[in-house]
Design a binder for this molecule. Structure first.
Ligand code: PEP
Length: 255
């Protein structure tokens, strides 16, 4: 299977930005600017309180709405958390799991990432699973080891069937929100390493069908070159996804 037959997914991660009314305006504008751009799936992952109005605003458009986190338990005494069933009932189809900001600031580990992703898959969601090395690890020459280990731990126990709803986002932590982007060759190299690990775990067919995105200061200026790489099947975009014109130009670059 070749790159052309894998699904290209351009996903925005709004992080903790946009009030509900701002979200509605941004979803509508993004949808109108990307109308008819069917060469990739378009997802906006929004804060929890924005989900319901964003889903409403996205109805009838090609923009899909995702969440930024999910808890692994179905319900109970977990103040501040949201379950997978709550997300599906509000119309969410995607959820980001394991973003480096959650790992860095909120104590997420590969074990909790794996559990959260499993809960999301059980509820029928598509998971955007983030992983990537920090700067010290890249400088120490252990990027391959780090991303391989994360891939194995984060996907532990998932079936080949479930892998159809797993998108992996390779996000070098040193490139997120810093303006530093991995070069297209660096992105390609690590996305290919991750695909190799997926092949070890699930076989070549599953690996060739798995969407592997790059994320880390992707913008409308660098997207085309990054997305041209064989193993880069889309992008997870933070800052640039907050500006519909910029995000739409990234979508355009993916056509
Ligand atoms: C992200 O939040 O996943 C991200 C890649 O952010 P940015 O594009 O701002 O680096």
């Amino acid at each position: 299977m070749k790159k052309e037959v894998r699904k290209t997914v351009i996903a925005g991660n709004w992080k903790m930005n946009m009030t509900p009314s701002e979200a509605v305006a941004a979803v509508k504008e993004t949808a109108s600017l990307t109308a008819g751009k069917d060469g990739c799936d378009i997802v906006l992952c929004v804060p929890f309180v924005d989900i319901a109005p964003a889903v409403e605003a996205a109805k009838g458009t090609n923009v899909k709405i995702g969440a930024q986190n999910v808890h692994f338990e179905k319900k109970g005494a977990f103040t501040g958390e949201v379950s997978a069933d709550m997300l599906t009932e509000t119309g969410v189809g995607y959820v980001i799991v394991g973003h480096s900001e959650r790992r860095q600031y909120f104590g997420e580990t590969d074990e909790t990432v794996n559990k959260r992703a499993k809960a999301a898959l059980d509820a029928g969601l598509t998971v955007i699973l983030c992983l990537g090395e920090v700067l010290e690890q890249r400088q120490a020459g252990i990027t391959r080891e780090i991303v391989s280990m994360q891939t194995k731990l984060d996907l532990a126990g998932f079936t080949a069937e479930e892998m159809k709803r797993v998108i992996i986002a390779y996000e070098p932590v040193w490139a997120i929100g810093t303006g530093l982007t991995a070069t297209p060759d660096q992105a390609e190299e690590v996305c290919a390493i991750i695909r190799g690990v997926v092949a070890e775990l699930y076989g070549g067919e599953v690996a060739e069908a798995t969407t592997i995105q790059y994320g880390g200061s992707m913008n409308d200026g660098n997207a085309k070159e990054l997305l041209a790489k064989t193993d880069v099947d889309g992008g997870l975009i933070g800052g640039a996804s907050l500006v519909p014109e910029k995000f739409a130009r990234i979508v355009e670059a993916a056509q």
